[in-house]
Design a protein around this ligand. Structure first.
Ligand SMILES: [Fe+2]
Ligand SMILES: [Fe+2]
Length: 486
């Protein structure tokens, strides 16, 4: 049975960021920010979720684009492939909870482990599964867990389907063409027809998906064992996992040591340069908001308990900022910080995020690192650097009792203080694995207890004013429903 979040489509009210055939020309005129730079920098958050080494997505992108060039794809196909490669793991957070629950293990440890297993070799797959389940538990527990997986033959297909469908939806939400979405949806199909989720075979599999699948596998093995390991896996799986024509292209690079060596260095610039130049997409401020909203959905999909959290915090924080008299630029910074404040949670295992009970000291320490991860990720994205600090300080308190930096009042400006109260308000009103969401009077009591000591009075007053306004809006809506709502 899938969880509620896993089944939910992406938020329907999100305006597509780009429609390359119609809108990107306009964005190109107005915009200043390269979309490739934003998405390649943010791809490190997806690597983190997958438990993949930092830079996995960017290296996969370079490998895939080299294959595309070698087989002579036209500019439109290369542009669609380029963004499919950068977003191939956009659905990765959606199956993390299911994976952790199924294996009884840290999803970020299981995912990379299972990625290098040849699923067609049943004995090997069973052995790796047995090694991965419930680490640290006794033999009986581990055997029980292994048998549960073995008796759920559709488990792998289901996990991959959730991830690929969600990733494809996010690509469409961002306005990319269907070729990009279909490449992501068919990422784990195999040439022989024994891949997932639909069991497509040979040329039934979209060409861009065949390239992406080969590129991501080559990257994983190159990263672990160098050129020899990458070539070995391509030879072994050609005609089974991989399109033999594409496999021959990669095998032809065996003597190109300088190019393989490039993959081991700083490749951020090379990845941006790999976007087809006459299709390069730039985004304006609305486009950046769209990217931040798409990643907010990715963050919130990590666990059912945070569904909609980032969007609610962002919306509340922006209204509180407005109420405090901050200008439109500042409101937008706070809004984006709200959307992305928990992006660091993509680096925390679902065994911790979904735990139904108190965390151990070690688990709590890991959980409390997530604002540091947020800072690391957002600082990589030049367009997001201006609000990285606001986002990363959302668990700090005026008296220094917050985490992870332990900052005090003198380190915290009003934007940071606003995001703190907006985040706490939403956390208190939402269900958690260990308690139900609280009612408004109880929330007020908890917030007021910390007025002036841990929480900023100005931000709190503005928060209460916005809550009152929202209540009035709700009452008004109930008393005077829009036409057609009766
Ligand atoms: Fe947080
Ligand atoms: Fe949060």
């Amino acid at each position: 049975m899938l969880s509620r979040t896993e089944l939910l489509p992406v938020a329907p009210d999100v305006t597509p960021l780009i429609r390359p055939s119609r809108i990107s020309a306009q964005l190109r005129v107005q915009g200043r920010i390269s979309l490739s730079e934003v998405l390649s920098a943010l791809s490190c958050a997806l690597d983190l979720t997958e438990g993949a080494p930092a830079g996995h997505t960017m290296r996969t992108c370079l490998i895939g684009m080299r294959i595309a060039e070698a087989i002579g794809l036209d500019t439109g196909q290369r542009s669609a492939l380029y963004y499919a490669l950068l977003l191939k793991d956009a659905g990765c957070s959606s199956n993390a909870g299911r994976m952790a629950a199924l294996f009884g293990a840290d999803d970020q440890a299981v995912k990379p482990r299972m990625k290098v297993v040849d699923w067609h070799a049943r004995a090997r797959l069973a052995l790796e599964t047995a090694r991965a389940v419930a680490p640290g538990h006794g033999f009986v527990d581990r055997a029980r867990r292994f048998l549960t997986i073995a008796r759920t033959p559709d488990a792998t297909r289901e996990l991959i389907e959730i991830r690929c469908d969600r990733g494809a939806s996010i690509a469409l939400q961002l306005g990319f063409p269907s070729e990009t979405a279909e490449a992501i949806r068919s990422l784990d199909e195999h040439w022989c027809g024994r891949g997932y989720a639909r069991g497509l075979a040979a040329e039934e599999i979209p060409l861009l998906a065949r390239i992406a699948n080969l590129a991501q596998t080559v990257e994983a093995f190159h990263d672990r064992g160098g050129v020899a390991a990458a070539h070995r896996v391509v030879r072994q799986r050609s005609g089974r996992w991989f399109d033999p024509t594409l496999a021959r292209v990669v095998l032809g690079w065996s003597k190109d040591d300088p190019w393989w060596a490039l993959l081991g260095g700083d490749i951020a610039g090379a990845v941006v340069a790999a976007e087809p130049s006459d299709r390069a997409i730039e985004v304006n401020d609305d486009g950046l908001d769209g990217v931040a909203r798409a990643f907010a959905d990715i963050i919130d999909a990590k666990t059912p308990f945070t569904f909609g959290h980032s969007m609610r915090v962002a919306t509340m924080a922006r209204r509180v900022a407005q109420k405090c008299g901050l200008d439109a630029t500042e409101q937008r910074r706070i809004y984006r910080a709200g959307l992305l404040h928990d992006i660091g949670k993509l680096g925390v295992s679902n065994l911790i995020l979904d735990k139904n009970g108190p965390l151990t000291d070690e688990e709590r320490a890991r959980m409390e690192q997530h604002p540091r991860f947020t800072l690391d990720i957002l600082e990589r994205v030049s367009a997001f650097r201006s609000f990285a600090r606001i986002a990363a300080l959302h668990h700090e308190k005026l008296d220094g009792s917050g985490y992870p930096f332990g900052y005090t009042a003198e380190d915290l400006d009003l934007p940071e203080r606003i995001l703190v109260v907006a985040d706490i308000y939403d956390a208190l009103s939402s269900d958690r694995p260990y308690r139900k969401g609280m009612v408004e009077p109880v929330i007020t009591g908890i917030l007021e207890r910390d007025r002036g000591t841990r929480l900023d009075p100005v931000a709190l007053d503005a928060l209460h004013a916005v809550r009152a306004e929202r209540e009035a809006e709700l009452r008004n809506h109930v008393n005077h429903p829009p036409i057609g709502c009766v």
